[in-house]
Every structure is written in structure tokens, then in C-alpha cells.
Design a protein around this ligand. Structure first.
Ligand code: SF4
Length: 320
């Protein structure tokens, strides 16, 4: 396996007011191998989207570093950096409604990256847009229409075409299915999976639906309140979670069968993710953890290796 992108102790804090700091991402180290899909899960407020945006330079990092093919990426992209990395690294955003400019036609939206960052002429860009519309299951005729003329699932396909027309190697998919109807979610996930195989893409797939992430990803990483708490092969993490937060997150995932949904009600997560402002020492999950011990309130657990080998299993919990 060749590592494509690596975060080393990546940290992103936001200052609010004079004395308050939001610890959105704290000291997160992980990597994504070439042609791998790494799923990143956690509740809302866990820091997963901020991590994705900081990883690709859309947020300026507070500390740590990001290496892309072994080369350090800048803290925040300047115009010349966009020129250099725009065709290699792309992002598919969560909300297909707000991420598409309503005043631009679909052809202009999908072709914009090529107009800005390639030497292609307008006819070549048009041909490329038409072929990408077909690849994502739309029609070349849709080029002259506006985003409001499409359904949510079709708009997400337009967002996918806009990112992939640049022929990136690495794509961060930031909750690409959460704004869509359940019936459309599987279609979009299958499309990404197909494109990953045919184009040899590497993806960071951020989502909160764990069963969907297990289906699509090779490895799964779990974040809680800005920190990485568990990472390993997707099936191992899903069927044999080690961190108490991962166990509760999986138990809280909606079950299609109402009978099993009722029977597991007592095992699901209680309370809400606390504020990431001026976090206290100790395990960040201590206030909600059913297995909390005295040490958890004073010492922050570090990631420990439970399984060596090509697919490592790492867990940050004092139980191990
Ligand atoms: Fe629970 Fe302690 Fe493990 Fe944190 S370190 S998850 S509080 S057992």
C-alpha cells in the first residue's frame, strides 16, 4: 500500500472572544492509502468536517502537518497553490443545494475548474462536461439548465461531476449523502464506488451513517469531540468495536427492523456531545461513557495499537 495523504498531529482551533477556544480538531494523525476509501464517522460536532477541510487546506491549520505524496502542503491555500493542487485534490460538499451557484448553468458549474486551471479551449471543455454528465447518470442536454431544475440527488451528481472533471487523485466527500432521501443515498454511494474503481480514486468519506460507511469504505476512523478515538478495517470496527463511543454509535445507528430497534433501545447513546470550547483534561467521552473509571477524568487516553500489520487497529481508551 502506498500512502497518498497523511495528517500528522493535525490541529485546528477557532478563537471566539478573548479567552475562548473551540478545539475543533486536536492532534489527529491518520493517513489514506492510494486507491483506498477511508470512512470518517462521528456525531455532529465531532470535528470530522473541520478535519476534512483542514486536511485539504480550506481551513488554515493551527498546528501539525499534512503530507501529500510525501510533500508538505501549505497551511492555507494561496492562489498559486490552488493552481498546483486543484487538479489533484477536490472536495464534494454536503449540501447540494447551497454548494451550486444558482445563477450559473450546470455546464458553467461543472466546467469552471477546467476554465480556471487548464489550457483547454471552450469546445474541449464542453465535450468534457458532456461526457461527465453521462458518467454521473445525467444527460448532455442538462448542460444548459440551472441547479433549481434538478432534484437533490441530481444536484449531488452535478457536484460529483464538478469535482471529478478535474481528474483528482484524492477527494474529500463531506457528508455527500446526508441531505438526500434514503432512496437516493444508495444510488450516490454506488456511483462513487463505481467511479472509485474505474478512475482509481482515493477518498476520505465523511458521514454519520455507519452502515453506509462500512459498505463503502476499506477502513473506518471514529472521531469524538475533535479527537480520533478508534481506527481499523471497516468490518472489524463495525462488528467488533473496541472504544465505548464506537459501540454506542453503532448501537444508535437506525435498524431497518422495528423489532430489533425496540430491543436495543437501552444500549443507545444518551446525552449530547459536549461543547468543544475550552475542553477539560481527561477522556473527552468520560461524561457519557458507561465504563468510565477514575483515571478517565484526569488522564487523556492515547491511541494504542491493538492489531499490528498492514491494517492497524488503534484505540484511545484506558480500558486497553
Ligand atoms: Fe470510557 Fe474511560 Fe475509555 Fe474514555 S477512557 S472511553 S471514559 S473507559
Amino acid at each position: 500500500m502506498t500512502m497518498l495523504i497523511e495528517a500528522r498531529a493535525l490541529t485546528k482551533h477557532f478563537r471566539i472572544g478573548k479567552n475562548k477556544t473551540v478545539h475543533a480538531v486536536d492532534d489527529v494523525s491518520l493517513h489514506v492509502d492510494k486507491q483506498e476509501i477511508l470512512g470518517l464517522v462521528g456525531e455532529s460536532g465531532s470535528g470530522k468536517s473541520t478535519f476534512g477541510k483542514t486536511l485539504v487546506g480550506l481551513h488554515e491549520k493551527t498546528s501539525g502537518e499534512v503530507l501529500y505524496k510525501g510533500e508538505k502542503l501549505p497551511s492555507k491555500y494561496r492562489p498559486k497553490d490552488f493552481q498546483k493542487f486543484a487538479s489533484s485534490i477536490q472536495m464534494i460538499f454536503q449540501d447540494p443545494y447551497s454548494s451550486l451557484n444558482p445563477r450559473m448553468t450546470v455546464g458553467e458549474i461543472i466546467g469552471e475548474g477546467l476554465r480556471l486551471h487548464s489550457q483547454l479551449g471552450s469546445e474541449q471543455i464542453r465535450e468534457s462536461v458532456a461526457s461527465w454528465l453521462i458518467k454521473v447518470g445525467l444527460l448532455p442536454d442538462h448542460m444548459s439548465r440551472y441547479p433549481h431544475e434538478f432534484s437533490g440527488g441530481q444536484r449531488q451528481r452535478i457536484g460529483i461531476a464538478r469535482a471529478l472533471i478535474m481528474e483528482p487523485e484524492f477527494v474529500v466527500c463531506d457528508e455527500p449523502i446526508s441531505a438526500l432521501d434514503v432512496s437516493v443515498q444508495a444510488q450516490v454511494v454506488n456511483l462513487l464506488d463505481e467511479l472509485k474503481s474505474s478512475l482509481g480514486l482515493t477518498l476520505l468519506f465523511i458521514a454519520h451513517d455507519l452502515s453506509m460507511v462500512r459498505y463503502v469504505s476499506d477502513r473506518m476512523a471514529v472521531m469524538y469531540l475533535g479527537t480520533l478515538v478508534e481506527i481499523g478495517a471497516s468490518d472489524e470496527v463495525f462488528f467488533d468495536p473496541k472504544h465505548p463511543y464506537t459501540s454506542l454509535l453503532i448501537a444508535s445507528n437506525p435498524e431497518p427492523d422495528p423489532e430489533s430497534e425496540r430491543s436495543r433501545a437501552s444500549t443507545t447513546m444518551t446525552g449530547e456531545i459536549p461543547s468543544a470550547v475550552n475542553v477539560k483534561p481527561g477522556c473527552r467521552f468520560a461524561g457519557r461513557c458507561p465504563k468510565v473509571m477514575r483515571i478517565c477524568k484526569t488522564e487523556s487516553p492515547i491511541l494504542k495499537e491493538l492489531r499490528k500489520g498492514s491494517i492497524q487497529r488503534l484505540v484511545a481508551c484506558h480500558l486497553y
